[in-house]
Design a binder for this molecule. Structure first.
Ligand code: F6R
Length: 638
């Protein structure tokens, strides 16, 4: 049961049963809605305090999670006159050593996202100082703690959660009684920060952080978690025992803490993942599929061997009552899964398509594959891409972003030096070489260098698309403007981005669109690119040709659809797996030691093969035929 019923957040979802849960939590459809509600709670607190002539003491976090909360607070300040004149802030942490003006510093982050845009008094802002000398750190931390106390303690503490389960930078092993101190960062935390620092080697090894006891003394705590990358740690934190190994579990005995989650971050909670284990369910079709495929995995039996006893033992008796018997249900689900499999992703000409994922007509379809970065197309759906071309469809590839920041300086220098031998008198090549050689770590590239890096990715992409037989005129480099900041942090989508997307769709009039439905990209580009697809679809929805357009979502390099989510499964032979591998190899700048590795040490082609093999194994264990690999797609209805 929720501990704090009075809190105004409205839970979504039909399942109230929370008996495995030890923290109050609420789940929202998306992080934007959730962030606005959290911001409004903060704003109410500030106004209440102001009414009583009191200061409002806020503990603040950095990272990707609170960004939209800060955006909303800034909006309220601008549009609704919310004043921060009575606000005192204490940030949770700062890297050490760290200069405040560095773009990776939390000092910079807080000013960039919040303090520069509101009327807070500069003397009321406290972010731990990353420039403190080693011998002074201890006293500095004692004083930071004292300052919080003197301000009257934290009225409200905003938190994110790291994949290690850290809050602030209290890494595994932190004591429940710890106060503000210096800490050594966990390797996983440094990996997660690597993309902002352009490589793990540039990430500081230490930080100054408020302690667990500092955080727990706050009168109110709100922890934010977004995206499926956070799902496993959110589940361990909310459903596991209190343990120093997962420091966020210390919040379980805080009297006024709420975890605010989006659907993806909540997806591993028992009541969401396997609701039949905790409550009586409304058996939607989706839920039935989910439950039966889960049961089959749980009892290690293919679908057709599941018995009434298996269903009863795992909380699905009500499903049997609804469906009659295991026999009927098994056959139904077996057929359904089987009908997702097709070697004809563009539809099989002259075949009965009533049980196929795609239409038989028109025989030759126009197809656009949207690829967020120049390589997601082949990594995520290289086999299907190949089939579509071989089966005679008009395939267009649209690379949404230039992907330029992911090319290393070494790589760019090599190309610049080769160009130099061909055009020894080129001033441009000289400028490029000089600026790469003079570049400080973490410095933003010049326009020319970015252009060169973009060209490298373009040439690699053309290598792959030519290898798979796509004419160059069907390969589109959209270079969406939101991406072109030269930094990991990108701009928001603008009308310009959507117009570029819409123009391409309008000119091709596709019967099929493939897009990356991957929300777990470590630095968010896939999510923005998907939003760009959705916005363009919305804009064109009423055009007559869009009635014939089906949209298929593939997943990017990090996650795969689960069997119950799959609407189309395209099997690959061992030779096709090899062909896909070769297509991925054309993206040489993304091989070995790539800059944006994410938190998985495997190279992209290995991840892709592991993932496609795993899907094939899952299908096999559910009772389907044995394939070498399968690429999976979910249909999106707009
Ligand atoms: C940031 C902080 C960290 C982050 C956590 C999650 O001040 O203390 O605990 O909240 O690492 O980071 P994001 O939000 O980027 O996933």
């Amino acid at each position: 049961m929720s501990k704090f019923k009075e809190i105004k957040y409205q839970p979504i979802g039909q399942f109230e049963e929370t008996r495995f849960e030890k923290n109050h939590n609420v789940i929202f459809n998306n992080s934007l809605i959730a962030s606005k509600i959290v911001a409004s709670e903060i704003a109410d607190l500030i106004r209440d305090k102001a009414k009583n002539n009191q200061q409002c003491v806020l503990g603040l976090a950095t990272g990707s999670s609170p960004i939209k909360v800060y955006e909303e607070l800034v909006r309220m300040h601008r549009e609704e006159g919310l004043s921060f004149a009575n606000v005192v802030t204490f940030n949770l942490d700062e890297y050490w050593p760290m200069q405040p003006e560095d773009i990776q510093s939390y000092h910079y982050f807080m000013h960039d996202h919040l303090f520069n845009h509101i009327d807070i008094l500069p003397e009321n802002v406290h972010v731990p100082d990353g420039t403190i000398l080693p011998q002074d750190v201890y006293q500095y931390c004692v004083d930071y703690e004292l300052k919080i106390k003197e301000a009257g303690g934290l009225d409200f503490q905003l938190l994110g959660i790291g994949r290690t389960g850290h809050i602030g930078f209290n890494e595994p092993g932190s004591h429940f009684n710890s106060s503000t101190r210096s800490i050594t960062l966990d390797h996983i935390t440094r990996e997660d920060a690597a993309s902002s620092f352009l490589g793990i080697d540039n990430v500081p090894k230490k930080a100054i952080t408020m302690g667990i006891s500092t955080i727990k003394k706050a009168k109110r705590v709100v922890l934010l978690a977004w995206g499926e990358g956070k799902a496993p740690i959110v589940q361990r934190t909310i459903e596991g025992e209190i343990s120093a190994q997962v420091p966020a579990t210390y919040l379980q005995d805080h009297q006024n803490a709420t975890f605010v989650l989006d659907r993806e971050a909540a997806s591993a909670l028992t009541r969401i993942k396997t609701p039949w284990l905790v409550t009586s369910c409304v058996w939607t079709h989706e839920l039935k599929k989910n439950a039966i495929f889960w049961l089959s995995e749980k009892v290690c039996k293919p679908i057709l061997k599941l018995t009434d006893k298996d269903y009863n033992e795992y909380g699905m008796a009500s499903l049997l009552v609804e469906e009659g018997s295991a026999y009927e249900l098994n056959i139904k689900m077996f057929n359904e899964l089987q009908h997702t499999i097709t070697g004809w992703p563009g539809g099989k000409p002259n075949a009965d398509d009533s049980n196929r994922p795609e239409r038989a007509t028109p025989e030759k379809k126009r197809v656009i594959i949207f690829s967020p970065h120049p390589d997601d197309d082949v990594i995520s759906m290289g086999g299907t891409f190949d089939r579509l071309v071989e089966q005679g469809h008009e395939v267009h590839i649209a690379y949404q972003t230039s992907g330029n920041i992911a090319v290393s300086d070494d790589n760019a220098l090599r190309y610049a030096e080769v160009s130099k031998t061909l055009a020894p008198n080129s001033d441009l090549t000289d400028t490029i070489i000089a600026s790469i050689l003079a570049k400080e770590p973490n410095e933003i590239d010049t326009d020319e260098v970015r252009k060169l890096k973009g060209q490298i990715r373009k040439a690699e992409s053309l290598g792959a698309t030519r290898y798979l037989g796509v004419p160059d005129e069907n390969v589109h480099f959209l270079n969406l403007p939101f991406y072109e900041t030269g930094r990991v942090k990108k701009d928001n989508l603008s009308k310009m981005d959507i117009d570029i997307m819409s123009e391409l769709i309008a000119s091709v009039k596709p019967h099929q669109i493939y897009a990356a439905g991957d929300l777990a990209d470590p630095h968010g580009t896939h999510k923005v690119c998907l939003d760009a697809v959705f916005e363009a679809l919305k804009a064109l929805k009423t055009e007559s040709y869009m009635k014939d357009c089906w949209v298929w979502l593939y997943r990017g390099a990090w996650f795969e659809w689960q069997p119950h989510e799959i609407d189309m499964a395209v099997p690959m032979s061992p030779d096709q797996v090899l062909k896909k591998r070769h297509a991925i190899f054309y993206h040489q700048s993304q091989k070995d030691n790539v800059m944006f590795q994410g938190n998985d040490a495997r190279e992209f082609w290995v991840r892709a093969e592991d993932r496609n093999r795993l899907t094939a194994e899952k299908y096999r264990s559910l009772g389907m035929a044995e394939y070498a690999a399968i690429e999976a797609f979910k249909r999106y209805y707009f």
